[in-house]
Design a protein around this ligand. Structure first.
Ligand code: GLY
Ligand code: MN
Ligand code: MN
Length: 430
């Protein structure tokens, strides 16, 4: 890991939050992710499952966390099972958690090697009445790959059909969405690294630069600041490419007169940041580009004011839509007839602003959270309106990350990252 060790107090608190929600005499299991294969002996870089990470800090493959608050054996109320390490294994495979460093990381006293799992698991299941499985209930989850967790659930259900089954997901969505101070500090750190990356590319960008050259500048800046890299696949979309919402090729040359939409941000310690900015290739926006830019910025500023406790996200999205509608009227992109004839399920503004305004952010870029509950202090959201005009080869999105506060306006973790059009221009020309 490139990041500094995180205080284990965070994981002790996180487990306490989970345990508090459990039904009596049940246990919960959380598996790490697999290391996904490519082909031959190549593998993808390891990415830990964010739930076991959130509950233990263990950032290592082949790990299992068991939480069993009512277990008669006090030592078995929290257990970590880890891949065995030794001095010899360390020579071949590099540093892995020892039982001591696993305790230092997680605050969990009982650490067994994975080969002890079958025997201990039998004892635990004999005592437990029910089990919490950690299924993926993210609304946008869409994958064919079977995870280690999926395999575990399948085999456990076959082996223990008489146990009551509960879902961890609603608990995880609830507790992970409200961030602890330590987490906000890590997210701020990720945003600060992103800021350095943006500053680097503002002085680098000029007509003729290739989108992938900008990507290279960013990864350089991120990694030298102890980030693993991008928090999500970066979008560096010049000109009309910006109108392809998930453009990730980043293989075109940036032309004089075009605007580049950048949706690029660093992770730090597995916490995401998520930034969008739009910059003129030649350092100066045209009047039209600036008018569209300022319309997006206006919508963003108005939307942010609504990220306060009690807001219902569906109502927020509708309200942002009506603010966007008046901006699009002013830009003459839509007119009153378009509005009069609009389909209420797909209002006219959606022709130019077709995505959501905000999502939860944290350990996952599109983080866990309950979309139908009023928002609360300590939640972190992006705010990212955009206008995409195919016919003008222009797409602008502006995105920051904001913490909902008990009182007043949200706290912007990206408050120091330039966003006003004039600021962007003067930094590009300094
Ligand atoms: N970068 C992904 C998003 O903005 O949601
Ligand atoms: Mn983004
Ligand atoms: Mn986003």
């Amino acid at each position: 890991m490139k990041y500094e060790r995180i205080d284990k107090g965070l994981y002790i608190k996180n487990r306490a939050k989970f345990s508090k929600q459990m039904v009596a005499k049940t246990l919960a299991v959380f598996n790490s992710n697999d290391i996904f294969p490519i082909s031959a002996d190549s593998t993808m870089p390891f990415q830990q499952h964010r739930d076991i990470l959130y509950l233990s800090g263990v950032d290592q493959e082949e790990s299992i966390l068991v939480i069993f608050p009512d277990c008669k054996n006090e030592k078995h109320r929290e257990i970590l099972f880890l891949k065995e390490t030794s001095e010899l294994i360390a020579i071949w495979e590099g540093e892995k958690l020892t039982k001591e460093t696993a305790f230092e990381t997680s605050g969990i006293q009982t650490v067994y090697w994975l080969n002890q799992f079958p025997v201990i698991w039998k004892q635990l299941m004999a005592e437990a009445h029910g089990i919490y499985f950690n299924t993926n209930e993210h609304l946008r989850a869409n994958t064919e790959a079977e995870t280690r967790e999926d395999r575990f659930i399948k085999s456990c259900r076959a082996e223990y059909p008489a146990h009551a089954v509960y879902k961890s997901a609603p608990i995880m969505h609830k507790i992970r969405s409200i961030k602890e101070k330590e987490e906000l500090d890590l997210m701020q750190h990720a945003c600060n690294i992103t800021k350095k990356g943006l500053e680097r590319l503002l002085s680098f960008t000029k007509p003729g630069v290739w989108e992938y050259e900008i990507e290279a500048e960013l990864i350089h800046e991120f990694v030298r600041n102890r980030s693993k890299g991008f928090a999500y696949t970066p979008i560096i979309a010049s000109g009309k490419n910006a109108c392809v919402l998930h453009y990730i090729e980043n293989n075109q040359q940036c032309k004089d007169g075009d605007v580049i939409l950048l949706d690029v941000a660093a992770e730090y310690a597995n916490y995401a940041s998520d930034l969008s900015r739009a910059i003129p290739v030649n350092g100066r926006f045209t009047d039209r580009q600036k008018a569209v830019y300022n319309a997006v910025l206006h919508v963003k500023k108005e939307a942010e004011k609504m990220l306060v406790p009690g807001t219902i996200l569906a109502e927020y999205q509708a309200e942002v839509g009506s603010i966007m509608e008046s901006e699009l009227l002013k830009l003459k992109l839509i007119d009153s007839t378009d509005i009069k004839n609009q389909n209420p399920d797909w209002p006219a503004y959606k022709k130019y602003f077709m995505h959501g305004t905000s999502h939860f952010i944290g350990l996952d870029t599109h983080d866990l959270g309950l979309w139908n509950e009023p928002i609360q202090a300590g939640m972190v959201f992006t705010c990212e309106p955009g206008i995409y005009i195919q016919e003008e080869g222009l797409g602008i999105r502006l995105e920051d990350n904001l913490v909902v506060q008990e009182n007043g306006a949200p706290f912007n973790l990206m408050r120091d990252i330039p966003i006003e059009a004039d600021e962007i221009e003067s930094l590009m020309n300094s």
